[in-house]
Design a protein around this ligand. Structure first.
Ligand SMILES: NC(=O)c1ccc[n+]([C@@H]2O[C@H](COP(=O)([O-])OP(=O)(O)OC[C@H]3O[C@@H](n4cnc5c(N)ncnc54)[C@H](OP(=O)(O)O)[C@@H]3O)[C@@H](O)[C@H]2O)c1
Length: 348
């Protein structure tokens, strides 16, 4: 017996497009292992949307995007100018997948789509951090009211199960400290500076030329991307209602070869660390939260991370120290994390 699961996909960029590929490649296995048959009933991008209650041809959607065309050009089912929210309203679905751009001003377009989906009794899987960073408590409450779930394991360090380890595998455990390298771009820049002895500007240019850093690298190099991810960890794993303003944030622009060399002379290496540290009465579960360049001892699990790595270390009361690292050279692991969440929605 298989279960047909209809989903809408908002955003058809790196993550959305690769999700369609991953789903296609794993269709038979997901059906055999979990009895789940995921059917794309709607998709939206900046051109508009396409929907068909009987199911869109996911390969045709992907091919449109690879041909640099909008999904609204989908033959017979495309709707130029249709928003993601209008799409969600137009076609019934069981799951909304939000792979739209992260917008930290008002959370749109993902926020409206997420709110609508939850109120309509749909589950939500998010790769997009925006709505969670801005409205975590509201969205979780909305999901609880309709008995649905919001899963977002790809939002913090892509394929690395940072959220899942904290929420699921540390259940019942106290977390005293979380250390994370949550931003790949800054770890790439710092690692190249360290390994090749080049200046920050040169390493940044290299990252931009390789397509790793955005033309405007502010979000990454000033620490805000890592901070957004720490906000999600604080709300979900640490259960501390948290907004960006609760964090002290410093990026890597001030890290020089000299500061790296001074750290190296003490047997240390500088990494951009997102840190949550328990403070005050443990029963109140409060934490100080920061993102800043930090000199780590060379044998620290995160000090050993290489060019393409991100990682997390959980310090706990009962389980000791748990660390995990991922090498993530391409966006595919995040798309695979979205699939992981889609499957996990239907696991007990
Ligand atoms: N890339 C990663 O490794 C990674 C890792 C973790 C999380 N994420 C998050 O995942 C999300 C997607 O990332 P990405 O790398 O796939 O981004 P991307 O390549 O820039 O793709 C964004 C997609 O959203 C579409 N879009 C833009 N405005 C829209 C609107 N108003 N309504 C509907 N769709 C709209 C774009 O349309 P067009 O195709 O027409 O331009 C594009 O298809 C982001 O929130 C990102 O922060 C990404």
């Amino acid at each position: 017996m298989s279960q047909r699961v209809r989903f809408n996909l908002i955003g058809l960029g790196n993550i959305g497009r690769n999700l369609l590929d991953v789903l296609e490649q794993r269709r038979a296995q997901v059906l055999a292992d979990y009895g789940l048959d995921f059917v794309l009933v709607g998709a939206a991008d900046s051109s508009g949307a396409a929907f068909d209650a009987a199911g869109l041809d996911a390969a045709a959607v992907r091919d449109l995007k690879l041909a640099r065309r909008g999904v609204s050009a989908y033959p017979g089912a495309g709707h130029p100018g249709m928003s993601g929210l209008a799409l969600a309203r137009a076609v019934e679905a069981d799951v909304l997948v939000d792979a739209s751009p992260t917008n930290l001003r008002d959370g749109e377009p993902g926020l409206s789509c997420t709110r609508y989906a939850l109120q309509a009794g749909q589950h939500v899987v998010a790769a997009n951090k925006g709505p969670l960073v801005l409205h975590y408590a509201e969205l979780m409450q909305a999901a609880q009211q309709t008995g649905r779930r919001v899963l977002f394991s790809g939002t913090v360090a892509g394929g690395l199960p940072t959220v899942n380890i904290g929420v699921r595998d540390l259940a019942g455990c106290g977390v005293t400290r979380v250390e994370g390298i949550f931003n790949g771009t800054t770890n790439y820049i710092l690692t190249r500076m360290e390994q090749e002895g080049i200046a920050y500007e040169q390493a940044l240019e290299g990252a931009q030329a390789a397509g790793i850093a955005e033309p405007d690298p502010t979000l990454d190099v000033d620490g805000w991307d890592a901070a957004n991810k720490l906000v999600i960890i604080a709300n979900s794993v640490l259960r501390r209602p948290t907004v960006l303003a609760d964090l002290q944030v410093e990026g890597i622009r001030g890290v020089t070869r000299e500061t790296q060399q001074a750290a190296a002379a003490e047997g240390k290496v500088i990494k951009l660390i997102a840190l949550a540290e328990q403070c005050g009465d443990p029963a109140k579960r409060d934490y100080t939260l920061s993102v800043r360049p930090t000199a780590l001892e060379r044998d620290h699990p995160l000090a050993r991370t290489g060019l393409w790595d991100m990682g997390v270390v959980y310090h706990t009361d009962y389980m000791g120290i748990i660390s995990a690292v991922i090498e993530e050279k391409v966006p595919v692991p995040t798309s695979a994390a979205v699939l992981r969440d889609m499957i996990n929605l239907y696991q007990a």
